[in-house]
Write a protein that binds this ligand. Structure first.
Ligand code: GTP
Ligand code: MG
Length: 178
């Protein structure tokens, strides 16, 4: 089988971000259309797949807890897109995006670092009707602009708001990268 063709039709998407920001919830909402209120920490890394009209992708959910944060280069190899997630109500989860971004770029092929497709998601915008936000939309957009115009989405995994839109962009962005 032609390897390049295979790569183009099966996107490897890696989701990163601090523990509790809602990575697993976003994926569950996107893939199964379900929201689970009860928090259960992801252990190591898990993955689910979803067939899309536009393409197939394999999404790698990861654990934000520090004791699992050394997944290694093998895990990141061949990634087509990286989704960074933070919680708009938790400043620290926004500040650590820098580390997640750097850590990811360290693991991918250096030839790729310049134009590697990232997407940023600011999750949990439903909480307190937006009154407990710790990071403004403008601040997040500025961060994205400084990182080479990363697409930015604000979502609620709980209310199923903007989740499909964000993941559709993941497919498009991952496909243009080759
Ligand atoms: P780790 O696996 O530890 O890295 O965490 P995670 O990023 O996968 O977080 P997870 O999806 O498990 O969500 C953590 C908690 O936040 C859970 O109790 C979810 O129900 C809740 N949660 C996730 N997304 C939202 C959201 O959009 N709105 C609200 N209100 N709660 C959310
Ligand atoms: Mg999780």
């Amino acid at each position: 089988m032609d390897v390049s063709m295979k790569r183009r039709t099966l996107l490897k998407v890696i989701v990163l971000g601090d523990s509790g920001v809602g990575k697993t919830s976003l994926m569950n909402q996107y893939v199964y259309e379900k929201f689970i209120r009860h928090y259960k920490a992801t252990i190591g890394a898990d993955f689910v797949t979803k067939e899309l009209h536009i393409d197939d992708k394999v999404i790698w959910d990861t654990a934000g807890q520090e004791r699992f944060q050394s997944l290694g280069a093998a895990f990141y190899r061949g990634a087509d897109c990286c989704v960074l997630v933070y919680d708009v109500n938790v400043l620290r989860s926004f500040e650590t995006l820098q580390n997640w971004h750097e850590e990811f770029l360290k693991q991918v092929d250096p030839a790729d670092t310049e134009a590697f497709p990232f997407i940023l998601i600011g999750n949990k915008i439903d909480i307190d009707g937006g009154n407990s936000r710790a990071v403004s939309k403008k601040r997040a957009q500025e961060w994205c602009a400084a990182k080479g115009n990363i697409p930015y989405f604000e979502t609620s995994a709980k209310e199923d708001y903007n989740v499909d839109e964000a993941f559709l962009c993941v497919a498009k962005t991952g496909l243009t990268h080759e």
